[in-house]
Design a protein around this ligand. Sequence first.
Ligand SMILES: Cc1cc2nc3c(=O)[nH]c(=O)nc-3n(C[C@H](O)[C@H](O)[C@H](O)COP(=O)(O)O)c2cc1C
Length: 147
Amino acid sequence: MKRLIYLSSAVRLATPDDLAQILAVARRNNRRDGVTGLLLYHDGTFLQVLEGKDEAVDRVFGRIAANPLHRGIQSLPPAQVSERLFANWTMAFARPDTMSGADDLGAKAFEAVKQDLARIESLDKRAAIFVRTFFASFRDLGSLTGA
Ligand SMILES: Cc1cc2nc3c(=O)[nH]c(=O)nc-3n(C[C@H](O)[C@H](O)[C@H](O)COP(=O)(O)O)c2cc1C
């Protein structure tokens, strides 16, 4: 199994509708393909973690990299892993309440992800550093508890 993490920049600030659409497609496809992970979005920056069978991760990352909604993808070399960090597909951002149907789509607030950080850290230090750096680069998101 492979875990891949990348950062990218939205070509324009994503609207709640843009995010809802990405989330709906990702949840449908990723469930079908056995891909789990996390997508964070704030102020034009995406951070995504993808985990699953090597071929499944390669295929979804190919589709994601080709999406014109974002550019400047910077990924860490993929890691071979034996355990998943995430049980299902999660998307989190600062204000899910601004997204119509966010509850149905299962969008989470950043707070929930911050609470997961200790667990992420114990399973994958590299992934945790990436997520911590993402939060740290946005001062408006507040300080991390237990950092
Ligand atoms: C930041 C970002 C993250 C995305 N994440 C996923 C994902 O996890 N899974 C997925 O299938 N598509 C994801 N997409 C959408 C893909 O780029 C692509 O539009 C989609 O997979 C096409 O699916 P379809 O062929 O079923 O329409 C993402 C797009 C963006 C911009």
